[in-house]
Write a protein that binds this ligand. Structure first.
Ligand SMILES: Nc1ncnc2c1ncn2[C@@H]1O[C@H](COP(=O)(O)OP(=O)(O)OP(=O)(O)O)[C@@H](O)[C@H]1O
Ligand SMILES: [Mg+2]
Length: 495
C-alpha cells in the first residue's frame, strides 16, 4: 500500500508529464487524463471516446496503440508517420494494459518524443555516412588511428598508394609502420607542440612513407589529433602524394639544363663558324701554294714528299673544320633518312684524335648496306658522343671500344652496340644510369645528364636504349632504332 504522500507524488509525477497521458477503457472511453491536450478541462473529456476527443473521429484510429495492445494483450508502440510530415516530428504512441487480477481492465496511453530522437539519429547516421564516404573517396590518402596506432580508417587512395587492402590495414597494420623508423614519434612530437600549425595540428609536413613493398613514397602530410574532453583519442592524417609534382619538377629542371645546353651548343656553333671562316682562307692558301710549288718547280723528291705531307695535313685540317661545323650546326629538329654508319664515323672522327682516345683501340663492325633510319642527325651525334665519352672515361683512356651496327632479325629495327673493355657498371648503379642527375663521378666532373639525354633522344625516336655488363669485362650499350618512322617527302635526306 502506498502512503498518502507517495500517492500524491505519483499523481504529481503523472501530471508533470509534459505529453499526453490518458487512461482509456477497453472500448476507448477516457477514464482519466494527465493534462488536457484537447484544450478542454479533464472533467469535460472523461467518459468520451479518445478518438473523438483527440482526432474528431467516430471510429478508433487505424494505427491506435490501444487497439494493438488490446489485440496482442501486451504493451504496444505505434509510430505515426503521417503526422511527422506535418510538423517534422514522428510522434509515437505507447499503450500498456492495466490488469485487474488476470483481466485487462483498461489501458494507459501516452505519447513520446522518442521518435524525434529517432529522426535525429537517422539524420546523424546520414551525415555520418556522408562524412565517411567523403573521407573514403578523398583524392588524398586518409588514415585514422587510435592512440595505440591501430588503424580504423584507411580510404581508397591509401589502398592505392600504400598497397595494403583495407582489411589488411584495419587488421594488421599499425600506423607507426607506414613511416620509416622514428618518424611516427617525430610526427606525434610535432603534433603535440604549438609550433607547426597549432596544438594538435601539423600542416604541410614533407615526409616519406613506406608502402607494403618497402618503397619510400614522398608525401606532404596534414595531420591532427582528435580530442574528447581534452583527452587524445585518435589521430587522422591526410597524405598528399608528391611523386607527380617531384617528377614534374625534375622534368622542368632537365628542360632547363637542356635549354642551357642548347644555348651553349648554339654559341659553340657560332664560334666554330667564325673559326672555320678564319681558318678556311689560310688553309685554302696553304693548299693552293703547296700545289703550285709541286707543279711549278722542279723540286727534289724529298722536298716534294714534304710538300705532299703539308697538302695532306692541310686537307685534314679542312675536313676537321668542316665536321666541326656540321656537328655544331644549329638545325631545327630535323627528321630525315640517315646512314647511321656515317653518323658514327663522324662522331668518331671528332673524338679519336683527342688525348682521351690515344690509347684506345677502336673497332668498327659496321653492317654494309645498313638501311637508312629516319632520325635527327644532330641529336644522334650527341647521343653517340655521350655514350662513347662515357666508355672512354670508364676505361680510363685505355682499352678497346667496339662499335657494331646490325639489322635485327625482324628487319624492323637497326641496332647499334657500343662496348668497352672498362670495369663495367656495378649492379647497384645499373638501375639508375638513365636517371637525370645520376652520376658516380666526382663533384664537378659529371652532371649525370649524359645518359638521361640519350634516353630522351631515343624515346623521341620511338626506339629503345639499354645497358648491360659484358660476360668478361666492360659494359655494352644497346640502341634500337625503328625503321618505321615517318618521313615527310620533299626534304632531301641522307648524311
Ligand atoms: N661505359 C660505362 N661503364 C661504366 N659505367 C658507366 C658507363 N657509362 C655510364 N656509366 C655510369 O653511368 C653514370 C651516368 O652516366 P651519365 O653519362 O648519365 O652521367 P656522367 O657521365 O656521370 O656525367 P656527364 O655525362 O654529365 O658528364 C656514370 O656516372 C657512370 O657511373
Ligand atoms: Mg656521361
Amino acid at each position: 500500500m502506498k502512503t498518502k504522500t507517495a500517492e500524491e507524488y505519483s499523481l504529481k509525477a503523472i501530471e508533470s508529464f509534459k505529453n499526453r497521458l490518458i487512461v482509456v477503457s477497453k472500448n476507448f472511453r477516457i477514464l482519466a487524463a494527465s493534462n488536457s491536450q484537447s484544450g478542454a478541462p479533464e472533467k469535460d473529456i472523461l467518459g468520451k471516446f479518445c478518438h473523438q476527443v483527440y482526432y474528431n473521429r467516430s471510429e478508433p484510429c487505424d494505427n491506435c496503440a490501444v487497439k494493438v495492445a488490446l489485440g496482442e494483450q501486451k504493451p504496444s508502440l505505434c509510430p505515426k508517420p503521417e503526422l511527422a510530415l506535418l510538423n517534422g516530428h514522428l510522434p509515437c504512441y505507447y499503450a500498456y494494459p492495466i490488469y485487474n487480477g488476470n483481466e485487462i481492465e483498461a489501458f494507459v496511453s501516452m505519447d513520446f518524443d522518442m521518435p524525434a530522437i529517432g529522426m535525429l539519429e537517422e539524420k546523424l547516421n546520414r551525415s555520418y555516412v556522408l562524412m565517411e564516404s567523403l573521407l573514403l573517396n578523398a583524392v588524398d590518402c586518409v588514415v585514422a588511428a587510435d592512440m595505440l596506432g591501430e588503424i580504423f580508417l584507411f580510404n581508397h587512395s591509401a589502398v592505392q598508394v600504400f598497397g595494403y587492402s583495407k582489411e589488411e590495414a584495419l587488421r594488421i597494420l599499425n600506423v607507426r609502420n607506414i613511416y620509416p623508423e622514428g618518424v611516427a614519434y617525430e610526427i606525434m612530437k610535432r603534433l603535440r607542440s604549438n609550433e607547426y600549425g597549432g596544438k594538435g595540428r601539423l600542416e604541410g609536413y614533407p615526409v616519406d612513407v613506406v608502402d607494403k613493398n618497402g618503397n619510400l613514397i614522398p608525401i606532404g602530410l596534414n595531420a591532427s589529433i582528435i580530442y574528447e574532453n581534452d583527452r587524445e583519442i585518435a589521430t587522422i592524417g591526410f597524405f598528399h602524394d608528391r611523386r607527380e609534382k617531384i617528377r614534374m619538377q625534375k622534368d622542368l629542371d632537365i628542360a632547363q639544363v637542356q635549354l642551357l645546353q642548347a644555348e651553349k651548343m648554339a654559341s659553340l656553333g657560332k664560334l666554330a663558324a667564325g673559326v672555320a671562316h678564319q681558318l678556311n682562307n689560310p688553309l685554302g692558301g696553304i693548299t693552293l701554294f703547296a700545289k703550285l710549288m709541286i707543279e711549278e718547280y722542279n723540286l727534289p723528291e724529298n722536298a716534294q714528299s714534304d710538300l705532299n705531307r703539308i697538302l695532306k695535313d692541310a686537307e685534314r685540317c679542312r675536313d676537321t673544320v668542316k665536321e666541326l661545323l656540321e656537328f655544331t650546326r644549329q638545325t631545327r629538329h630535323l627528321m630525315k633518312p640517315n646512314d647511321l654508319n656515317k653518323l658514327l664515323t663522324r662522331t668518331l672522327f671528332l673524338l679519336e684524335n683527342q688525348v682521351l682516345f690515344q690509347n684506345i683501340a677502336i673497332h668498327k663492325n659496321f653492317l654494309n648496306d645498313l638501311p637508312l633510319v629516319v632520325s635527327d642527325a644532330q641529336q644522334l651525334n650527341h647521343l653517340f658522343m655521350n655514350i662513347i665519352l662515357n666508355a672512354a672515361q670508364a676505361m680510363d683512356s685505355k682499352g678497346t671500344l667496339t662499335i657494331s651496327t646490325m639489322l635485327l632479325e625482324n628487319k624492323e629495327c637497326v641496332r647499334i652496340q657500343i662496348s668497352d673493355s672498362g670495369p663495367g657498371i656495378p649492379q647497384n648503379v645499373l638501375p639508375h644510369i638513365f636517371e637525370p642527375f645520376y652520376t658516380t663521378k666526382e663533384e664537378g666532373k659529371g652532371t649525370g645528364l649524359g645518359l638521361s639525354l640519350a634516353y630522351n633522344i631515343i624515346e623521341s625516336h620511338g626506339g629503345q636504349i639499354s645497358a648491360e655488363n659484358n660476360p668478361d669485362h666492360g659494359a655494352t650499350f644497346i640502341i634500337d632504332l625503328p625503321l618505321n618512322q615517318k618521313y615527310e617527302e620533299g626534304e632531301k635526306g641522307g648524311e
